[in-house]
Structures are given as structure tokens and as C-alpha cells.
Design a protein around this ligand. Structure first.
Ligand code: SF4
Length: 457
């Protein structure tokens, strides 16, 4: 029932396991969608990308793979996983049976469903409420009827807007997301949509700047400065928005564990934590990055937190169960464990020097992490790798290919002949479990070409 582009048909379980869905706790349910967004990522893929398209999966197929999901982490449905073309989950005619099968197997696990909201009518909202522990990520994108047609080809824009209003009355928690295209629909559209989502009870609102590839139509392209402009726009609205407003990809250059926002009615809000607080320590362990602080709070039972504010250090307690969400909203920066793993990789290979190949979006924080946390004599140089295969504005590690790494290393050798260290570290998100990139090439090709050791981290 699955299909790999240009190759043999794969079964649902093969697609599930090949895609690494189990590791990400992602349950793909269909590649079919009921609208056609201009920014839909798979429309701009260059030829040669191996991606899978699946029809609506059945409850029986889900029962076969559900035991591979981690009950301690939310099950993610409707979110794009790199190799599966994800569609609108509520178009799956078996979606209620599929969700019931997940609930029967994982009675206490949170389920997170990303949907465009068109089919999230009263009956579906009621069903999700009854299922329990469900959070909706609503990709509304625009609350302006004309723009919904421009952006998504939504010919009946009233449906998603009506359904959004229902969520609050049913008490179904939801986060709103907006693919920000001010170059197509204007900044006022974004502002109106943020206001609409807030009024309808969204817990958080996420502004996503879509990437475009070298094959994107001219109308979808934008200048690089738009990322900063979007960030400034969000910063200007934050002081009057009643909910945390975040931008993706986040514009993060340092590792200061600053709180980006706090969700109303959560343990963090009850503890008195505020946007702009800097987490100083969690249970007396110094907070080193946003990711580390966030995870420590998430894992702990009622952690004691010290935050830094204008008036000095303030002790607070977040009363919560272990693995219960705290309500903190923080941008993603770096897990310091990555630096520890890099140092271990050097030691494993008996090397003193290594090259860490990083994406354009990740290299600044990796550099900061190495400067702050790398101990001893180890020397790790960061080499920023440009996405040439996808091109355009693409800068994420998960979309880098072996050919991109090859080009970056060849240029490095041209600039610094004879300086190639014995070990190079590659970003793991660029590869599947078999070490193959999105075009099917293995990173082992790099070992053969450059004659040094490569590790995925
Ligand atoms: S709703 Fe999602 S899957 Fe459907 S076309 Fe839009 S971006 Fe693609």
C-alpha cells in the first residue's frame, strides 16, 4: 500500500520502519490531502529525492506497528516525517478506528494531531475530546477567506474558521500555526490570523517561515532578510499577545536559557515564571542551554527553579508530575549532550582534532556549544555546509545530502590543503537508520572519497 517514488511498492510496516517513524514516535496515517497549499514542501523536491506516499492506513496496520511507539512520549500524527509525504490525517476514512486502536494500546499516552481543520467538525471534535489526552496542532495559516484561497486553494474557507471556534467550547487544547507568507498576503493578514487564533483559545501560536528550494516558483521566493523581519514582527506583537508567540526556525545565536513564553493555566504559569526570565538552575543544576533547562523541568517532579530577572535571582517551584508538561515555551537551541558525544567520538577514534559538518541553521549554536562546553585538548572545527541539492533558502540539517557534504569538504581541502583531520562528524538528521541520505546515498561514500573516519551524531 505504500509506494516509493519510482520503485517497488512497500508495505505500511516497511514504510514505517524505513522512515524511522518509531524513533520519532510519528505514526503516518495517509499522504492524501484535501487542499493544495502553495508552500507544501514536497511540491518543490528536486528529482532524485526518495520519498514515500502512503494511502490511508487501516486500523489493523496501525495495530501491527503501535508496539514500536514509545508510550512515554506523545504519539505524533499528521506531522511531516522527512521521507513520508504526509497528508491531512482526518481524510483517512478509518481515522476514528485508527485513533481508537492507538488509545487501546497506549491508554495513558498523549496524542498530538496536526490538521488543517477543514474536517474538524463538531462530531470529530467531540470524538477527540472523548478519546482523551489529545492536543491539536491547527495549521490555520490564514483567517482571511481570500488569503485561504490564495495560500491553500481552500474553496470553502468558512469551514476551517467555524471549526476553529468550536475547539474552545469543547475544551480541546490546541496550538495554532501559521505558515507566514507576508510577501503573498501581507503583514496585516498575519496579524489578523494571530488575533483570530488567540480569540479562539489557542494555547500557543507558531509562525513558520517556509523554506523554498531552487525549483520554487518565483512568487514563493523571498529575500533572506524576511527571517529577521518576521522575528521583529513577532517581537512587536508579543507584549500584547495573551499567548506565547514563537517563530520557526528560531533566530537563536546564543545558548542563554531564556523563557520565550508561558502557557496559561499550566504549572509554570502557577509558579509565576514569566516570558523573558532566564533559567539559572533547575534543582541546583546550572541551566546551560534552553534545551537542557526545558528537558530538566519536563522530567522532574515539582522542580525548584531559580530564574534571573531584573531584580536578581528568584527561587520558584513548578508543581508538576515527572514527564508532565510544564507550560514553558522555549526556542530550540542545543543539547549540551551533543558536545559530550562529539568529544567521545574523538576519543573513540584516538583523535585530537575533528571537523563538525553543520547546517547553515545549526552552525552558530554548535559553535557556541563547542566554545562553552568542550573540555580538554580536543579541537573541533565547525564547517558550515550549504544545501546545494535543495538550494533556495533551505538550511536545515535534515535536508543535507552526501553530495552537499562532498562539496563542502572539497572546498575545505582547496582552502586548507593537508588540514583535513582524521575524523569528521556528520549531522544524524541527514541520514536514515541505514546511513543513507534523502537521495539514497550512504555516508560511507565520503569515507571512500576522503580516506578519513565519519561518525553520525
Ligand atoms: S494541508 Fe499540509 S499536507 Fe495538505 S497541502 Fe497543505 S501543507 Fe500539504
Amino acid at each position: 500500500m505504500g509506494e516509493i517514488s519510482g520503485k517497488k511498492n512497500l508495505s505500511y510496516t516497511e514504510v514505517f520502519s524505513l522512515n524511522g517513524a518509531a524513533e520519532a514516535n510519528i505514526l503516518p496515517v495517509t499522504s492524501i490531502c484535501n487542499i493544495s497549499c502553495v508552500f507544501c514542501s514536497h511540491k518543490q523536491n528536486p528529482p532524485g529525492v526518495l520519498s514515500y506516499r502512503i494511502a490511508a492506513c487501516t486500523p489493523d496496520e496501525v495495530r501491527q506497528v503501535v508496539s514500536f511507539l514509545d508510550p512515554a512520549r506523545p504519539v505524533i500524527i499528521g506531522e511531516s516525517a522527512t521521507r513520508i509525504i504526509e497528508g491531512e490525517p482526518l481524510t483517512n476514512p478509518f481515522i476514528r478506528e485508527v485513533l481508537s486502536a492507538v488509545r487501546a494500546a497506549l491508554p495513558h499516552t498523549a496524542v498530538q494531531i496536526t490538521t488543517n481543520g477543514i474536517l474538524l467538525d463538531e462530531s470529530m471534535t467531540d470524538f477527540l475530546c472523548r478519546l482523551g489526552r489529545v492536543t491539536v496542532n491547527l495549521s490555520l495559516n490564514s483567517a482571511v477567506e481570500k488569503s485561504r484561497y490564495t495560500l491553500m486553494g481552500d474553496a470553502c474557507p468558512g469551514r476551517a474558521l467555524r471549526n476553529t471556534r468550536l475547539l474552545k467550547s469543547y475544551g480541546l487544547p490546541f496550538n495554532g500555526s501559521i505558515v507566514a507568507m507576508p510577501h503573498l498576503v501581507g503583514w496585516s493578514d498575519l496579524e489578523e490570523t494571530i488575533g483570530y487564533l488567540e480569540q479562539c483559545g489557542a494555547e500557543t501560536i507558531r509562525l513558520l517561515l517556509p523554506g523554498f528550494t531552487r525549483l520554487a516558483a518565483p512568487a514563493l521566493r523571498f529575500k533572506p532578510a524576511l527571517r529577521e523581519e518576521l522575528n521583529d514582527f513577532a517581537a512587536g506583537l508579543r507584549h500584547r499577545a495573551g499567548v506565547p508567540l514563537t517563530c520557526e526556525p528560531p533566530l537563536v545565536y546564543d545558548l542563554k536559557p531564556v523563557v520565550g513564553g508561558v502557557i496559561k493555566g499550566t504549572p509554570a504559569a502557577a509558579a509565576g515564571i514569566r516570558r523573558g526570565d532566564v533559567i539559572h538552575s533547575v534543582n541546583n543544576v546550572p541551566a546551560r542551554t534552553r534545551v537542557q533547562a526545558f528537558r530538566q523541568v519536563f522530567k522532574a517532579a515539582s522542580p525548584e527553579i531559580i530564574v534571573a530577572r531584573e531584580e536578581g535571582l528568584v527561587p520558584l517551584q513548578v508543581k508538576k508530575e515527572p514527564l508532565e508538561r510544564s507550560g514553558l515555551v522555549m526556542d530550540y537551541d542545543l543539547d549540551p549532550v551533543l558536545v559530550t558525544d562529539m568529544a567521545l567520538a574523538l576519543r573513540r577514534n584516538g583523535a585530537k582534532r575533528a571537523l563538525a559538518l553543520a547546517s547553515e541553521l545549526g552552525s552558530a549554536v554548535i559553535n557556541s556549544g563547542l566554545m562553552q562546553f568542550l573540555e580538554g585538548e580536543a579541537e573541533i572545527e565547525v564547517l558550515t555546509v550549504k544545501s546545494r541539492f535543495f538550494g533556495g533558502s533551505i538550511g536545515a540539517a535534515g535536508l543535507l545530502t552526501v553530495a552537499d557534504f562532498e562539496t563542502a569538504l572539497t572546498e575545505y581541502l582547496r582552502d586548507k590543503p593537508g588540514r583535513l583531520p582524521p575524523v569528521a562528524l556528520l549531522p544524524e538528521p541527514a541520514f536514515d537508520r541505514r546511513g543513507r541520505d534523502l537521495t539514497g546515498r550512504s555516508y560511507v561514500d565520503l569515507e571512500q572519497k576522503f580516506g578519513i573516519r565519519f561518525e553520525l551524531l
